[in-house]
Design a protein. Structure first.
Length: 242
């Protein structure tokens, strides 16, 4: 089984069918949110924002646990090996859409189960770089989304020069396959409430992000689409990581 294939089990847990049961009062104890990057980056920042919201709304602590390394694969593998009891979440991110093709021997499969003057050009996610852009320490040439960012309205898109170009960063929460439906539904509902909340969405906007609420099935379609897109890119480039 390729290493990337089991990651979909986290994001598509409701689509694939959830087993087990959970208390109607879920959660009744602290919940872990696994982040496969070090503290301070985009994935970590977003995880801590949603962790605070979930902690406040459920009355239980949602604790971010950083498991960096291996190009995102160490944290992914760790999350998927946790008990499917509703008490482990994983912040799925763009690397999960790329590694399926880039890495050849992963133990999971996602679809089934600059500032120091040393970097001259950087492709980065806005949440971790927008402060430096607005502070004048980084010059933004373009954004890679199909439309301009509301946070940087004067910065053009790459598509303005290269028609059809799009490379958005996406993030979402998921659980290991087999997690209780009650837990999935509670987290999905609370996350959608957060995305609809003006204060929360304003925090994301300040970081250069936009919201996309939906069901686990909707998020599964996003992941499947991203896997297919990046598979073409990786194969065209000839890049491989054993």
């Amino acid at each position: 089984m390729s290493r990337f294939a089991r990651l979909a089990a986290i994001a598509l847990c409701a689509v694939l069918g959830a087993a087990g049961s959970a208390s109607a009062q879920y959660p009744t104890r602290p919940v872990k949110i696994i982040v496969s990057y070090p503290p301070g980056g985009t994935t970590d920042v977003l995880a801590r924002l949603i962790a605070q919201w979930l902690s406040d709304k459920t009355g239980q602590a949602f604790i971010v646990e950083n498991k960096p390394g291996g190009g995102n694969n160490i944290g992914t593998d760790y999350a998927l090996k946790q008990p499917a009891d509703g008490y482990t979440l994983f912040l799925t991110n763009p690397a999960n859409g790329i590694n399926h093709t880039l890495y050849k021997n992963l133990p999971f499969n996602i679809l089934t189960d600059l500032i120091g003057g040393q970097v001259h050009v950087l492709f980065d996610n806005l949440p971790s770089s927008i402060g430096h852009i607005k502070g004048g320490r980084i010059r933004a040439f373009a954004v890679t989304t199909t439309t301009r960012s509301p946070s940087l309205p004067d910065v053009p898109t790459v598509a303005d020069t290269v028609p059809g170009y799009e490379a958005s960063a996406w993030f979402g929460l998921g659980m290991p396959k087999g997690s209780p439906k009650e837990a999935i539904d509670r987290i999905n509902a609370e996350v959608n409430r957060a995305l609809a909340d003006p204060t929360f969405s304003a925090k994301l906007a300040d970081l250069g992000g936009t919201t996309l609420a939906g069901t686990p099935e909707d998020f599964g379609k996003v992941i499947a689409s991203e896997v297919a897109k990046w598979e073409k890119v990786v194969k065209a480039s000839g890049a491989k990581v054993e």
